[in-house]
Design a protein around this ligand. Structure first.
Ligand code: AMP
Length: 283
């Protein structure tokens, strides 16, 4: 029978668990999550297991990346089911600090990422977000000191911000980004998909469909701005309230006007009912 992961809730127990691995010179890969795990998270775990001898999955719904009006309170929390899934996946360690362990009284340091974190995409609609993400991920990296950290391309701007943060802070961790895991109809798996009504779920694949047709048209040489305008209209026709559909340089996230500007990534965010979904695709 598969063994339950070693669940750590304090810095002291985490350190003691990890020092056992280090003493045996075992490599460690970290998969940061907010829990409510799905097949997308489990794909990251599989990759982590390929890269390192030991895998740590963190489960922490990070209060500092949510604005007061966002869904911190109602974000799905499924700890028992998550532990079951991680047991079946053969994960060694779960790091599940409380907010008080992560942010003890008097905590007063926050990273302010620049560059990709100020690209005018997620940051425009969630100005708190990347400061909170960069700070918590930097803390996770110093707590776990992983050799590898595995993230999903699903949160593409976040992946760029975290990669740059690790580089800027000289953290000796290799960041690995994995392709988005999708439902059969193209909808990107997300812990937030459970918020969708049946009707909204029916409309939701419009995001991926639009990304796909837009990427094909841009690749075929059609003018980027025209393709995006039509894509925006398609998304709104599917009952979404669009935040953005943009074409950006895949590494810097700077705006692009032509395929000659470098590798292009299309990025979208839109609300359907109360649920905000994001997705992205390479051109
Ligand atoms: P979250 O729990 O939503 O904060 O996500 C934790 C990690 O899982 C992040 O690196 C996400 O990019 C990644 N992730 C979320 N959804 C997917 C997906 N559908 N496919 C691959 N990775 C994902």
């Amino acid at each position: 029978m598969a063994q339950r992961p070693n669940v750590n809730r304090t810095i002291a127990t985490l350190r003691s668990t990890l020092s056992g691995f280090r003493a045996k010179r075992q490599t460690v890969a970290l998969v940061p999550t907010m829990g409510a795990l799905h097949r997308g998270h489990l794909a990251l775990v599989k990759e982590a297991q390929k890269r390192a001898r030991r895998v740590v999955v963190s489960i922490f719904v990070n209060p500092t990346q949510f604005a007061p009006h966002e869904d911190f309170g109602s974000y799905p929390r499924r700890f028992a089911a998550d532990i079951q899934a991680l047991t079946e996946a053969g994960v060694d360690v779960v790091w599940a600090p409380s907010p008080e362990v992560m942010y003890p009284a008097g905590f007063s340091t926050r990273l302010a990422p620049d560059g990709a974190a100020l690209a005018g995409l997620e940051d425009k609609f969630r100005p708190h977000f990347f400061g909170g993400v960069a700070t918590v991920v930097a803390k996770l990296f110093t707590q776990v000191a992983p050799d590898f950290a595995v993230f999903g391309q699903k949160d593409y701007q976040q992946l760029r911000v975290v990669t740059q943060m690790a580089k800027d802070l000289d953290l000796p961790v290799k960041i690995v980004g994995l392709p988005t895991v999708r439902e059969k109809d193209g909808l990107a798996l997300s812990s937030r998909n459970i918020y969708l009504s049946e009707l909204e779920r029916g409309h939701a694949p419009a995001l991926y469909r639009t990304l796909k047709t837009s990427a094909e048209r841009i690749k075929a040489g059609e003018p980027i701005e025209m393709v995006l305008e039509e894509g925006r209209a398609q998304i709104e026709l599917a009952e979404f309230d669009l935040d953005y559909l943009e074409a950006r340089h895949a590494l810097t996230l700077a705006p692009v006007t032509s395929v000659k500007d470098g590798p292009i990534r299309l990025l979208v965010a839109a609300k359907i009912g109360k649920t905000r979904l994001i997705d992205n695709l390479a051109v």
